[in-house]
Write a protein that binds this ligand. Structure first.
Ligand code: GPK
Length: 800
């Protein structure tokens, strides 16, 4: 939009005046943020209204992305970037004596997700708007986000994340779009005079779902899509006063907190209530909107696409069936055809414990009508497929089995498309996790490799790099990230490589300043910044990284006078509060960090920083400063990874196993520009099949490794008698489930290679550039365009 600096200043001051009835110098930073947010909303309000109208008038097919997690990050800067107002606002504020970055940092970062899955959903929202796809998000407005992490005595402590304390400037409550979601009670089918059956309910627990809409601004295209987040409230009723406190609590609990357990199927009833709550409210509002503009249901499949992001929203399938049959009087067959036309599903993990199942007893009690529908889906599936595939396979793959409702099976059976998130992952879905269903529906399976919002992760997070790229190849890459390829010839340009090194230095200085200010640790900026940022999970093997730190520590202690290439090891990770082992590793990292950081012999040659409360905003600070990207999961376990893509786009070289999208990064940027190592998937599977993995053999066969492991239990690392023993036992006594010891030697070899290679800065920067240049490959815009073409069948802008 068009705006002068003078106009902006005038508008901003008047916003302050309207909101606070006082002058600018009498406001707080958060107050200034809220005023600025309101103003940006006002600037964008026509676009939001117009977008909705445009889609309606053109009868554009709508995509609804259902996700129990969204991690949008702070929105002020990204909205301004997309509205093309960032530099005007920055300049205007400066003229008013204010600093944009300071104001921006006061914005709460909504932690409505755990990790990769939730951030992916947010990157895709941004991409849909930027591609002019009529894309809507559908999720939960958690009153409290993922816990705030602090360390006390090195242990993780969880504090509530009161992100709505000052309200949320970006949201609009829409009471007129509320709907009722029913739980529990009794249900029966009542024959009607016309012979049809009508579902009757009694004694249900009703919850009012109220939507809060957040505008998602497209990049320089005057499009604003909607992310709809549902909040659970008491239904309006004359008898409202008779709700007992217990009933009130049960209702408000539904949208109170995000489940902090990621990659783990939480068995709790509340989780199932959350899942049905946002699935039902979302589908009801979709069908209501659809009916307002269409006659009958016939064209539903052509006008609506519903995407199921992991299994949590799978109940959209029986819920759509319920609405079509019970409220719109479709036959089963018509309803089923429409439902499967509309639905598509993405799987994000092969970990068994993350595949959701619900005990039938609990499910039936909580969702009796939905359960009836699932029973019928199950019955028909068995009747149809048994003659073709036999009873054994059908038992294995049906929606109901072993006394459980199996969400992944229901999602595959009720969708027309099932995708994994990297080629290897999709292959493992076909051959392992969902192989039975792949036999039944081979045509449904496809791959959609994950992507990242380059706008946030490069343009906003790394402005020094973005400016250098602009100066070098012009600014078209900002719309078409694949143009980053044209940077590759600058591998031969010494001046450019020098500037690239300067950019990295600037970013390291910014991170070092943050670490100094918040943790009191002083970091050298000429060290290798070796970064591992992701959820704390055994399969992601932060432990392997700790072993490398201990190895480096012992090298210096043994040979204090020998020169070493300085390193800074940086961690960011939250552990699920109930994940005992992950919390033990957090304690270990913190203890090792103290031991190393305080040792005068070590000095500034080796530092370890575990930055607390990792999330989107801290990632934006760490990623641009990274030299080395640790992507060291056990081969087969990381479905894709997305921090690997963000780090490469910022010029970090991957130290990576042959897992998930690491493989694709190596292909795109050239393996010679990364540090691959470790077991391949087939070797991991061979160990499983043969049962011949012996962790102790690696321990006994490698004195260096033995010394490291022994240091966990012999007092070398002080203050971890229990934690150290527990970790030691997991490796030796319980035979190292994730093959940490098997990969140790190959990992260390690459780490040593890194120390050597880093000293040749021109060559290192050439390789960093190869990564940046190849990163366009992983732009979310491209990934979403593939979803649009292959799965949702919706039109979109071309990226040129
Ligand atoms: C996968 F199953 C899950 C989950 O519950 N949470 C989550 O963040 C991640 N994921 C995968 O672990 C990553 O490999 C992947 O890149 C990400 O989802 C997005 O697909």
């Amino acid at each position: 939009m068009k705006l002068t600096t003078a106009q902006f200043k005038k508008d901003f001051l008047s916003e302050i005046e309207t909101l606070y009835s006082t002058s600018l110098d009498d406001t707080t930073t958060i107050g200034q943020f809220i005023a600025l947010g309101q103003l940006v909303r006002r600037y964008n309000s026509q676009s939001w209204t117009r977008t909705a109208k445009l889609y309606r008038e053109h009868h554009q097919k709508q995509v609804y992305y259902f996700s129990i997690e969204f991690l949008p990050g702070r929105l002020l800067a990204s909205n301004l970037l997309n509205l093309n107002l960032l530099s005007i606002v920055r300049k205007g504020l400066k003229e008013l004596g204010l600093d944009f970055e300071t104001i921006s940092r006061s914005e709460p970062d909504p932690a409505l997700g755990n990790g990769g899955l939730g951030r992916l959903a947010a990157c895709y929202m941004d991409a849909m708007a930027s591609l002019k796809i009529a894309g809507n998000g559908n999720g939960i407005r958690y009153r409290y986000g993922l816990f705030k992490q602090v360390f006390m005595d090195g242990y993780q402590v969880e504090l509530p994340d009161d992100w709505l304390h000052h309200g949320n400037v970006w949201e609009t409550r829409r009471d007129n779009k509320s709907c009722i979601v029913r739980f529990g009670g009794n249900v029966w089918l009542q024959p009607q005079p016309d012979g049809s059956l009508q579902a009757q309910y009694e004694n249900t627990d009703d919850v009012l779902a109220v939507p809060y809409d957040v505008g998602i601004v497209g990049y320089h295209n005057d499009i604003t899509n909607t992310l709809r987040l549902w909040s659970a409230e008491l239904p309006p009723s004359v008898t409202q006063t008779y709700y007992s406190q217990a009933q009130r609590d049960r209702i408000s609990e539904i949208s109170k907190v995000l489940y902090p357990d990621d990659s783990n199927s939480a068995g709790q009833q509340l989780r199932l209530r959350q899942e049905y709550f946002f699935s039902s409210a979302g589908v009801q509002s979709i069908v209501r909107d659809f009916c307002a503009t269409h006659h009958g249901m016939r064209s539903l499949g052509k006008k609506i696409a519903i995407h199921i992001n992991d299994t949590h929203p799978t109940l959209v399938i029986p819920e759509m069936m319920r609405l079509l049959m019970d409220e719109h009087h479709c036959s089963w067959d018509v309803a089923w055809t429409l439902t499967t036309q509309v639905m598509s599903y993405t799987n994000h993990t092969i970990l068994q414990e993350a595949l959701e199942t619900w005990p039938i007893g609990m499910f039936q009690g909580l969702l009796p009508r939905i359960y009836q529908i699932i029973v019928e889906i199950d019955r028909r599936y068995r009747a149809q497929q048994t003659p073709i595939f036999g009873k054994a396979l059908v038992d294995l793959t049906a929606p109901l089995g072993n006394g459980q409702v199996r969400m992944a099976h229901l999602a595959v059976i009720g969708s027309h498309s099932v995708n994994g998130v990297a080629p290897l992952h999709t292959e493992l879905l076909k051959t392992d996790v969902l192989r039975g269903l792949y036999q039944v529906y081979p045509e449904r399976f496809n791959n959609k490799t994950n992507g990242i919002a380059t706008r946030r992760w490069v343009q906003l997070a790394n402005q020094p790099l973005s400016q250098l790229i602009d100066q070098t190849i012009g600014s078209s890459w900002r719309r078409q990230p694949d143009l980053l390829q044209t940077l590759l010839p600058y591998q031969q340009d010494d001046h450019f490589l020098h500037q690239l090194a300067q950019v990295k230095l600037t970013n390291k200085q910014a991170l070092a300043a943050y670490v100094q200010r918040t943790m009191g640790i002083k970091l050298r900026t000429d060290a290798i910044y070796d970064v591992q940022i992701k959820r704390l999970h055994a399969y992601k093997r932060q432990l392997l990284h700790v072993f490398e730190i201990l190895r480096e520590y012992f090298v210096i202690k043994d040979h204090p006078d020998q020169p070493v290439v300085p390193r800074v090891h940086i961690f960011g990770a939250k552990a699920a509060p109930s994940y005992h082992y992950a919390k033990a590793i957090i304690k270990l990292i913190n203890v090792v960090a103290d031991m190393v950081n305080q040792d005068p012999v070590i000095g500034d040659r080796l530092k370890v920083v575990f930055i607390p409360n990792y999330g989107v905003s801290i990632a934006e600070l760490i990623i641009p400063a990274a030299d080395v990207s640790e992507q060291i999961s056990t081969a087969s376990k990381e479905a894709s990874g997305t921090s690997n893509m963000k780090l490469m786009a910022n010029g970090a070289l991957s130290l990576a196993t042959y897992d998930g999208a690491n493989i694709d990064i190596m292909q795109a940027a050239g393996a010679e520009n990364e540090y691959p190592f470790g077991l391949r998937v087939h070797e991991v599977y061979d160990y499983y099949q043969r049962g011949n993995y012996r962790a102790a053999a690696f321990y006994n066969g490698n004195p260096e490794l033995k010394r490291i492991l022994d240091s966990l239990i012999n007092g070398t690392i002080p203050g971890i008698p229990t934690v150290g023993r527990e970790i030691y036992d997991s490796l030796i006594r319980y035979n190292d489930e994730f093959f940490v010891l098997a990969d140790y030697q190959a990992y260390v070899k690459q780490q040593q290679q890194i120390s050597q290679d880093f000293q040749d800065q021109p060559t290192w920067q050439q390789r960093a550039l190869a990564n940046i240049a190849a990163s366009g490959h992983f732009a979310a815009d491209l990934a979403v365009a593939r979803y649009a073409d292959d799965i949702w069948q919706v039109p979109h802008d071309r990226l040129n």
